[in-house]
Design a protein around this ligand. Structure first.
Ligand SMILES: Nc1ncnc2c1ncn2[C@@H]1O[C@H](COP(=O)(O)OP(=O)(O)OP(=O)(O)O)[C@@H](O)[C@H]1O
Ligand SMILES: [Mg+2]
Length: 245
């Protein structure tokens, strides 16, 4: 069996009386892009928040490199090598691009590699180098998303969790973001990707989980799910045969 980087077992999460997750199990293997897809309110963001320690599980276990995370604080989880790029980006709008990147590299594990990491993100995102002294709040939506991902890379994570990175972007920028995720993965980053753009997410994912009202209802290789008629009807808005000309 391939090595597991992240293992989530039997996770249950509630917000007061609202059950957001029921018995969710999933794995991220070494070297993988894993996608979580599903309709609004299915529980995708809740999974990422629970892994990063922002929300507490009612039941279940989360193991990272074999070590339990459940009772750690968010900062300790970041220190272990998990970085979360939340929905809505959460940049420091009044700080410059470079200042945001410096904050990304603030944790002790990442600090000694600051210059090297900066070079890496500038080569991945040349636009950020050109705009390094510009305030983050004045960047375009696509540039802000790039900065949010770049800031995550500055922390030298072993696992990057991305929540809806393509949300609100123009089709061309959506393409850029997905290409970038693939490039990051070629450079050995392991990625847990939440997306409503199910088509694109399944195309690049090695493995994917489909969530429905807090449960995993299907999982498999990205390309197999992409070819699955039920998935196409429910989430992509078309049948597999339609793609053939
Ligand atoms: N802070 C909260 N308090 C109460 N209920 C919440 C809270 N956050 C999420 N929920 C509920 O938990 C369920 C799962 O929400 P979650 O945000 O994880 O879904 P999602 O799959 O990320 O949806 P979307 O695609 O809309 O981002 C939803 O029913 C939501 O209303
Ligand atoms: Mg969400």
């Amino acid at each position: 069996m391939a090595n597991q980087l992240l293992e989530v077992k039997g996770l249950a999460v509630s917000y007061g009386d609202v059950h957001a997750l029921w018995d969710v199990s999933l794995q991220v293997e070494e070297e993988a892009i894993v996608a979580l897809v599903g309709a609004n309110g299915a529980g995708k963001t809740t999974i990422l928040k629970t892994i990063s320690g922002l929300v507490r599980a009612r039941k279940g276990e989360i193991l990272f490199e074999g070590k339990p995370l459940n009772h750690l604080r968010p900062q300790e989880i970041v220190d272990m090598g998990i970085t979360h790029v939340p929905e809505g980006r959460r940049l420091f709008a009044s700080l410059t691009v470079l200042e945001n990147l410096k904050i990304g590299a603030y944790i002790p594990r990442a600090r000694p590699f600051f210059a090297e990491s900066l070079e890496r993100v500038y080569s991945l995102f040349p636009v950020l180098q050109n705009r390094k002294n510009q305030r983050a709040g004045t960047l375009s939506g696509g540039e802000q998303q790039m900065l949010a991902i770049a800031r995550a890379i500055m922390a030298r994570p072993k696992l990057i969790m991305l929540d809806e990175p393509s949300l609100g972007l123009s089709p061309i920028l959506v393409k850029t973001i997905f290409q970038l995720i693939a490039t990051l993965n070629e450079q050995k980053a392991r990625i847990l990707l939440v997306e409503q753009n199910v088509n694109q997410a399944l195309k690049i994912a090695h493995h994917a989980y489909v969530l429905k009202t807090g449960k995993v209802v299907m999982s498999g290789r990205g390309e197999d799910l992409l070819a699955n008629e039920e998935i196409r009807k429910a989430y992509i808005g078309g049948m597999a045969v339609k793609r053939k000309k």
